[in-house]
Ligand binder design. Structure first.
Ligand code: SAM
Length: 393
């Protein structure tokens, strides 16, 4: 816990640590938080970057609605941080490879300095570490708050599968990100975010591992989940992560979605999420469909010469495949290059198929794709499919 020396000593320790971490390449980031109520910015994020072979500090000033970015030399940055911390912002959090230092100012100007063991790793250290251990989940307190790890950072037995799923998900994201154009900010929407395991992990991965300026929004119809996730996001200071209560079917995102994820959103909620992605011209879509009821119901009572459809369990599996093929083809018709593959082995979850799609610059032969869709419809007694219907409305 923090000691209670006078503020001069705390300031000196904090800024000396910042300087030595910057000079020895041990600085990961610095965050200014808890602004006075009249301050425009909610946070200032400071990270070291290299510009034209010079080491500088990149500042992101974040308000509710916008980000403003500027790069400063170390001396300019120090001046700026010293001006802001203690006056406009009441908390400074310094993350280095050695330790975390949290400097807090009370209303009366008293300070408290907390020294904690390092929670973040530098990107290149993490990459080496990842190659060795093939884990992409960073050690971060959100895992504890979500009940994945215990207070000693050990993965709780019952959560081993979830932990593996999160890692595998991040591995897929890492691969997919190669197709994302360079941009100042990445906007991610997670439809049907539930308890937020993957939403938190993705935010942590994009911001703390890849050092990207990411804003991530989780959407779920369950108020209790949304509330819980927002509380945890505040607790762990994930300032660009927030959760909103809403139904995927009617949810309208203000602004451009770059990456849309929808993992295990029930039945046609997956189609509603895909519709929103196509509508928003999202660059990347990562989705793990769940309970495919719609098309199977349409076939019911029509009879079929296909012997596979005679057996309930095969019928179920067949319609899962047909539904996801339908979705993949529909996305291709709308200019995406899509893929379907096994997300994680059956031992972890039955819902293990992943559909990914990225915006493609290739010409689309819509007529040919429509013919394939029509053939599927004919063979499996389908009149229409939810995603197709929504896109045709
Ligand atoms: C099986 S959980 C998956 C949670 C999370 N995506 C994951 O994979 O860990 C499905 C979540 O989707 C939400 N959901 C289902 N249909 C929805 C809809 N139409 N609108 C918003 N949320 C929905 C549920 O409340 C639930 O939290």
């Amino acid at each position: 816990m923090g000691d209670t020396n006078n503020s001069g000593v705390h300031n000196t320790q904090f800024f000396n640590s910042l300087k030595s971490a910057f000079e020895s390449d041990q600085l990961i980031k610095l965050t200014l938080s808890k602004p006075l109520p009249n301050i425009k910015w909610k946070n200032i994020f400071v990270r070291p970057i290299t510009l034209k072979e010079e080491k500088v500090l990149s500042f992101i000033y974040r308000s509710q609605t916008q980000d403003f970015t500027k790069n400063l030399t170390f001396d300019e940055a120090l001046n700026e941080i010293q001006n802001q911390l203690g006056s406009d912002f009441k908390i400074g959090s310094l993350f280095t490879t050695d330790q975390d230092l949290i400097l807090k100012f009370s209303k009366k100007g008293k300070t408290q300095l907390q020294k904690l063991s390092a929670t973040l790793k530098k990107q290149e250290d993490q990459e080496t570490h990842n190659r060795q251990k093939t884990t992409r989940v960073t050690k971060h307190s959100y895992l504890y708050h979500l009940g994945i790890v215990d207070k000693n950072d050990r993965v709780i037995d019952k959560k081993q599968s979830k932990y593996k799923q999160i890692n595998r998900f991040l591995e897929i994201v890492e691969h997919q990100l190669q197709g994302l154009p360079n941009q100042d900010q990445i906007q991610v929407v997670d439809m049907g975010s539930g308890k937020g395991y993957l939403t938190f992990a993705l935010y942590d991965y994009l911001t703390n591992k890849l050092n990207l300026n990411a804003k991530v929004t989780g959407v779920d119809v369950r108020k209790d989940m949304v509330q819980l996730c927002n509380e945890i996001a505040t607790k762990v200071e994930f300032d660009g992560l927030n959760f909103e209560e809403g139904d995927i079917q009617s949810f309208k995102f203000e602004g451009q979605i770059d990456i849309l994820i929808a993992l295990h959103a029930c039945d046609t909620a997956t189609d509603d999420a895909l519709f929103e992605a196509v509508n928003s011209n999202a660059h990347l879509i990562i989705c793990a469909p769940c309970c495919h009821k719609e098309l199977r119901k349409q076939q019911s009572g029509k009879g079929s010469n296909n012997p596979i459809l005679k057996y309930g369990i095969f019928q179920e599996r067949q319609y899962e495949m047909v539904t996801d093929t339908f979705r993949a083809l529909t996305l291709e018709k709308h200019g995406y290059s899509s893929n379907l593959f096994e997300f994680i082995s059956n031992e972890h979850t039955r819902k293990n198929i992943m559909l990914t799609a990225s915006k493609s610059s290739k010409d689309v032969n819509s007529k040919l794709i429509q013919e394939k869709i029509d053939d599927l419809k004919k063979e499996f007694g389908i009149d229409t499919q939810h995603l197709e219907r929504r896109l045709n409305q």
